[in-house]
Design a protein around this ligand. Sequence first.
Ligand code: ZN
Length: 394
Amino acid sequence: MDEHQQGRQDRERAAGNSRLIEDRQAGRNTAARPQAHRPSRNSGNGRRTAHRHRRYKRGKALYIALGIRAAFALIVLLLAVGAIRGITGMFRHHGQQQAEESTEEASSAEESAAPEETQNPNIVTSNGRQLDLTKPMVAVTFDDGPYASVGNQIMDTLAQCGGKATFFVVGNRAEKYTDELKRMASEGHEIGNHSYDHDEKLSKKDAKTIAWEFNSCDEEINKVAGVTPAVYRLPGGINSDTVRKTLTKPLISWSVDTEDWKTRNAQATVNAVVGHVRDGDIILMHELYQSTADACKTILPELVNEGYQLVTVSELIQYRSSGPLEQGVQYTDFHPKSGDAQAASSGTPTVDVDQETAGLAASAEESGSAAAPSGSSAAGSSAASSGGEDNTEN
Ligand SMILES: [Zn+2]
């Protein structure tokens, strides 16, 4: 090889290198595009350069292909691992869920089995709270409402001490106090029927009128509050033969008369109750007076402190009556029968005050005499004391 040849080769090599660099750059810029395989420009540098270039390109393509395959394999691997994890996690979760469910089933099975087997059968759930049937209970009742400004305070106090009460309402007042009646129903209090017009001479009227008074009140309460009264209280507590034959729902009187309508004094109302209550009593108050709302703020928590459960009249009947109630009988209380702590009493009927014996008493209820306080003795004594319950307040 002479000098001339050597120089040519060197030049060729140098040209080839610079072409290679150019092609590398071109390759880098166009690697991703198939149209990079444009016609070769190996015009003057000969086949060697072209060959090198092809080799380089093949090598590069190989590396890219390998890289893509490796990346693909890695992605597949990652996906597979993820899927396996996901599936096992799913199974694990499913297993946990099953375990939890079976635990729940077991515990709910225990619960449902409990009343019969393990738990105390004297604990019952009623109106959203538990009652212990072996512990004393009293029914606090409020007549002549609804009257929101007083009734809502009473319900606030009942809510604070977890008690339920019965409101014997007058049908023709219902439309004015729909929200209050709805609250009574929604908070688990009982709405009793105290007739549509609170006519204290109702018991003297004919059967049709008596039936209309109570049916209309039932319908009105149902329309407003969505519940139908299960218990009735006669206006003034005055019964009669016609009433006895006509009304079929339980007639409820009272055993503790606070005379709140007469004193309109909170302390006097408190004094009439605290220390004068026994298991199974039905307490009479009226929903019309602020003094009654004030008295309840003392009376109701105090009764709870003394161990009384504040129940509705229907609860008292359900848990303290040993049998169905008799039609036309007014019940004053559901005292436990002595020596029969478990089953309690069948209820104490009043000696009814008929219109004749009520005499001139315009409002036997207000006098506290119409329903005998308890049992057989009390009917006659106070029929003469008359008094006007202010029932026009609203
Ligand atoms: Zn009344």
